[in-house]
Design a protein around this ligand. Structure first.
Ligand code: FAD
Length: 512
């Protein structure tokens, strides 16, 4: 087996500087732990970095000589890191150059599947089926892909596992010190980096945290990650045919309402707004989905909120109490009342805006070498000339890829174009599927058949601002039709006659 010195020398010889980075970085940490006599932490470190065997020899001289200070290292926290990793691999990645740190126990996967295929009563989606990047039609990155990507050929290092990409799962970062470029895990392991990409995403708003009485009862569920989904699946199986109450009428509420109905639950949805998904839907769009849900047997209670939960002697939820006095029986409750970006670790260290971490058009934060992507980033949305935060998967994927391009370009002293994003959201429930592109501001024009009782309803909407179409929505569109509405939202064609636009509907898009 090579000693670490021999290894470094060997790799230096081959002029593949980046390839020593991960090992050397780990070495610094190892010696810090050894020097401090932190045996427990050392064990955690070894557990966190499988394959790297620790020895009790001092490298202090090396550290002091500065030999190991000039390192480049990229660490990430995320699910879209799968997309970032693929981009790194595409642009040239050496072993040890990239590490992904995630508190989840599985390799990056397509989160939207959790509220859709994962909950199907039959042929449910399960890992490894939906690891990234299948959601965008790309290669499925199985856990082995990360270690294989860019690994050193075994002839060079026969007995050392030096991963291409270090995938550090079950590792929660609890402290970030951007000044010293150090992240600390909950087991007190320090990670040094050269470039950091923050992609910590969002967390759901928990009703217990906002003082709703009884919200800690069993069988009240939230959905963010695969562990949440597994708990929900177990409850769906054990309470089959029971009563489900969905608190919230946004994305999660609508998708979970449908999923529980498909699982034969008696479903009631509760939300305070006058119509569902008010952040995107117009009343006409919402009335279609509400009518469709009613047709499927889902009850909707609007204009009120859950103020408390009743539970039985073993702590299982039995009812939801509403502000308007109604009491809804429940075997399962799913709460989807919004999310908040996970930025607390970085508070006071980076500039923030609109609840997120402020970045430039390359996802660089106010601290050099620190990037933020996905749900946490408030970035300049070039098309609309303002800073926005976008909590959707398409942006998460693209921003991750763009940040990687920016990091690589900076390394090579090249310049790249700023991020130029066209917002795109989608959802699928029952046999319905909608897509939205652009901005939902200004006047709206609805076209097509939005009668929920129709055999094949199909409709859309345009948003018009300053005489231009700036946003477009389509239910049940074909892939080609969805491309057409995307083009409209991107090109923002002028429109004078809104009545004509209503009549033209999709034909307007095909003529752009
Ligand atoms: C159930 C569900 C369904 C969705 N469906 C759709 C959809 O149909 N269409 C759509 O456009 N969008 C959808 N979204 C939104 C989309 O999934 C998110 O916008 C996207 O996942 C954001 O990616 P991200 O990498 O920023 O954050 P996330 O995907 O949330 O990833 C963040 C990761 O960081 C980890 N993490 C956080 N803090 C730490 C820490 N301190 N230490 C270590 N790890 C940490 C988390 O555990 C997680 O693995 C859905 C979201 C959910 C939850």
């Amino acid at each position: 087996m090579f000693t670490n010195d021999a290894l470094i020398e060997k790799v230096d010889e081959m002029n593949i500087r980046m390839r020593v980075i991960m090992l050397t970085m780990l070495e610094i940490e190892r010696h810090y732990l050894l020097e401090k006599g932190m045996a427990k932490k050392l064990n955690s470190f070894e557990e966190a970095t499988p394959g790297i065997k620790l020895e009790e020899t001092s490298k202090q001289a090396e550290l002091e000589s500065g030999k190991v200070k000039d390192l480049e290292k990229t660490l990430e926290l995320t699910h879209v890191t799968g997309y970032a990793a693929r981009e790194f691999a595409k642009l040239g990645l050496n072993p040890g150059e990239l590490a992904i740190v995630s508190k989840e126990s599985v390799a990056p996967y397509e989160r939207p599947a959790l509220s859709k295929g994962y909950l199907f009563p039959q042929d449910a989606a399960r890992l490894p089926g939906f690891h990234v990047c299948v959601g965008s039609g790309g290669e499925r990155l199985l856990p082995a892909w990360y270690s294989e990507k860019g690994s050193l050929p075994l002839v060079i290092i026969p007995s050392l596992l030096l991963d291409g990409i270090e995938l550090m799962l079950n590792t929660e970062i609890v402290k970030a010190d951007l000044a010293s470029k150090t992240l600390t895990s909950e087991t007190d392991v320090n990670f040094k980096y050269d470039n950091l990409v923050i992609a910590t995403g969002s967390q759901f708003v928990n009703l217990s945290d906002v003082g709703v009485q009884g919200a800690n009862a069993n069988n009240i569920f939230y959905l963010r990650d695969i562990d949440d989904a597994d708990k929900l699946v177990a409850a769906i199986q054990s309470k089959k045919g029971g009563k489900a109450v969905i608190v919230g009428g946004g994305y999660i509420g609508l998708e979970l309402g449908a999923a529980l109905k498909i699982n034969s639950f008696d479903v009631t949805m509760v939300y305070p707004d006058p119509w569902c998904m008010p952040r995107l839907f117009t009343p006409e769009i919402a009335s279609f989905y509400e009518g469709y849900y009613a047709k499927k047997g889902i009850k909707i209670v609007k204009g009120t909120v859950a103020t408390g939960f009743d539970s039985n002697s073993i702590g299982d939820v039995t009812a939801v109490r509403l502000k308007d006095g109604q009491i809804l029986e429940a075997d399962i409750v799913v709460v989807g009342v919004g999310g908040k970006p996970l930025v607390t670790l970085y508070k006071g260290q980076v500039n923030e805006e609109k609840g997120g971490i402020k970045t430039d058009g390359f996802f660089r934060t106010s601290i050099s070498d620190v990037y933020a992507v996905g749900d946490v980033a408030t970035f300049p949305l070039k098309l609309y000339g303002e800073d926005r935060r976008v909590e959707h998967v398409d942006h998460a994927r693209r921003s991750a890829e763009h940040a990687v391009k920016a990091i690589k370009a900076a390394e090579e002293s090249r310049s790249i174009e700023e991020y130029d994003y066209l917002p795109y959201f989608y959802s699928r429930v029952f046999d319905l599927s909608w897509q939205f592109y652009g901005d939902n501001v200004g006047d709206t024009v609805l076209f097509g058949d939005n009668d929920p009782k129709s055999a094949n309803p199909k409709f859309g909407a345009y948003w018009i601002k300053d005489g231009k179409v700036v946003g477009a929505f389509l239910e049940s569109g074909s892939p080609e039709e969805n491309k057409l509405i995307a083009k409209v939202a991107k090109l923002q064609p002028p429109v004078q006659d809104l009545e004509q636009l209503r009549e033209d509907g999709l034909t307007f898009a095909s003529n752009v």
